[in-house]
Write a protein of this length. Structure first.
Length: 185
């Protein structure tokens, strides 16, 4: 008998303002795969912000459409403008299997990177990836260096030329002071 795949929960968006009078809302998309996460029938866990009057625990996608560069979503539970307004600010979470990978081979889920060993281009062990910080310009790999320092490395191909999930390692084109400490003068 096969055991079910392990799952994790990821943030996929935040509800914005209502659009129209029939419960449609704008969504601040927080996933690279909105077509996978917002399919009709998909149920997303709803996390209301502090002080919100929204009491729902989940929302089921009825339909989606793009309006210019904004994703508009209708949920079964939001039937008019008033209920849509109450849902403003709700953070949406999707559950995914940990063995699922993004369609693009150059993309990774955060949980796939955490725990990978970080090595420089010569193979010297630098530390371990502890997380990913999502920034406006680019994402940053959080790496705990061997001396215990917390470091951040821009997650761009010039500085992280290789991610090998099978070997559980990333290669960092290290610069003095980036991950390895600055040499003593």
């Amino acid at each position: 008998m096969n055991s079910p795949a392990e799952t994790i929960e990821v943030v996929v968006g935040r509800i914005g303002k209502p659009h129209g009078i029939r419960g449609e809302v704008t969504v601040d998309v927080r996933t690279d795969e909105p077509e996978r996460r917002y399919t009709p029938g998909a149920t997303l866990r709803a996390q209301a912000p502090r002080g919100s009057a929204f009491t729902g625990r989940s929302l089921t996608v009825t339909s989606t459409r793009w309006h210019q560069s904004t994703l508009l979503v209708r949920f079964d539970e939001l039937t008019d403008r008033n209920t849509a307004e109450v849902a403003r600010g709700v953070v949406l979470h999707a559950t995914i299997a940990t063995d699922v990978t993004p369609d693009d081979p150059e993309e990774f889920y955060d949980h796939q990177l955490v725990g990978l060993a970080a090595h420089d281009v010569d193979g010297t062990h630098l530390g371990e990836v502890t997380g990913l910080v999502h920034g406006g310009a680019q994402d940053l790999l959080a790496i705990k260096a061997l001396d215990g320092r917390a470091t951040l490395v821009p997650f761009v191909s010039a500085l992280v030329p290789e991610v090998d999930l099978a070997a559980r390692r990333v290669v960092v084109a290290d610069r003095p002071g980036l991950v390895a400490p600055l040499p003593e003068d």
